[in-house]
Design a protein around this ligand. Structure first.
Ligand code: TA6
Length: 301
């Protein structure tokens, strides 16, 4: 991981981008522009926070999140790559892939003419990751902070064989009270219900939350609305290059078992994850690139 001074010298932007060390070896980019603020960890190219000016945070980050090299962060926008969920054959491999717990190299920071700020990260693969994922490949995460937050996960097959890619932008959204939230845009979609032994069901109307919810919606078309009456706002998600949407709230018991949720954390978050998971995984041929992108926008209710 480059030294803090080196990062600030090479990639800092006056009054807009600076770097700080949260804990030993855990470096974060602090972004501030006319539209709002964000914090992005170099580990996992992980958006930890995003807050438009004058608004409550959009992205939820647990008060009990741990910030340490190799430890996944509870909240923000974890990058699940190059597989989603448990590895298909190796139970000892990390759940949701290794991307979120390895260092990513900062490639570029840019103050865009329209006042937005863009940061480009590229995963750093090593012997451990190659042992788990022996496919020559490149992954970049391109984050643009403006009136909206845009995250673009770009995977390129740099090898000579095709490979199968599972992925998700496992985003935790801040809500006022999960019990009053309705999730729109998935009506009629089939989903795998992971709290009902993987039963296949069909969504009728908006999704609501009254218990542990863990669903992989399949064949989704990239648009969702998280309607949050407690905060009098909706968060709109617009995605491309994604055929699955994962929806998760651990509820009371599971959140308490996780140790980094805090006593009532589940009440103020919902994960709506732009993904390619289950049978929606992507096959990349040699030299092929796949872009999975999502934009988050806030609208008042
Ligand atoms: O995306 C939902 C999910 O797969 C849940 O099953 C739960 O495991 C969640 O991800 C969090 O996983 P993590 O490994 O971050 O604790």
């Amino acid at each position: 991981m480059p030294a803090l001074d080196d990062l600030n010298r090479r990639f800092g932007i006056a009054d807009t981008v600076r770097f700080e060390e949260l804990s030993d070896g855990f470096i974060v980019a602090r972004v501030s522009n006319a539209f709002g603020t964000a914090a992005i960890a170099l580990q996992g190219a992980h958006v930890m926070t995003w807050q438009p000016r004058g608004q409550q945070p959009i992205i939820w980050l647990s008060d009990h999140a741990k910030f340490a090299p190799g430890k996944s962060i509870r909240g923000g926008v974890p990058v699940c790559w190059p597989w989603f969920g448990p590895h298909a054959t190796e139970p000892k491999f990390p759940g949701h892939g290794f991307a979120r717990t390895v260092p990513w190299e900062l490639i570029e920071t840019k103050a865009l003419p329209d006042g937005r700020t863009r940061l480009v990260f590229e995963i750093i693969q090593n012997d451990t990751t190659r042992a788990q994922w022996p496919h020559p490949s490149r992954a970049r995460n391109i984050i643009t902070v403006g009136q909206e937050l845009e995250v673009r996960l770009v995977t390129t097959n740099t090898g000579t064989e095709s490979f199968q890619l599972g992925q998700a932008l496992h985003t935790y959204f801040q809500v006022g009270d999960i019990r009053k939230v309705t999730l729109h845009g998935l009506d009629g979609c089939e989903f795998i219900d992971k709290v009902a032994d993987g039963a296949r069901k069909k969504q009728q109307g908006p999704a609501t939350f009254t218990q542990e919810t863990d669903r992989i919606y399949l064949g989704t078309h990239g648009y969702c609305e998280i309607r949050d009456p407690a905060l009098s706002r909706s968060i709109l998600l617009t995605a491309t290059g994604s055929r699955s949407t994962v929806v998760w709230n651990p509820w009371i018991e599971k959140a308490n078992k996780m140790g980094d949720f805090g006593p009532d954390g589940y009440l103020n978050m919902v994960c709506v994850e732009t993904a390619n998971a289950a049978e929606d995984v992507v096959v990349l041929k040699p030299d092929q690139e796949h872009v999975m992108a999502v934009q988050y926008r806030l609208v008042p209710l």
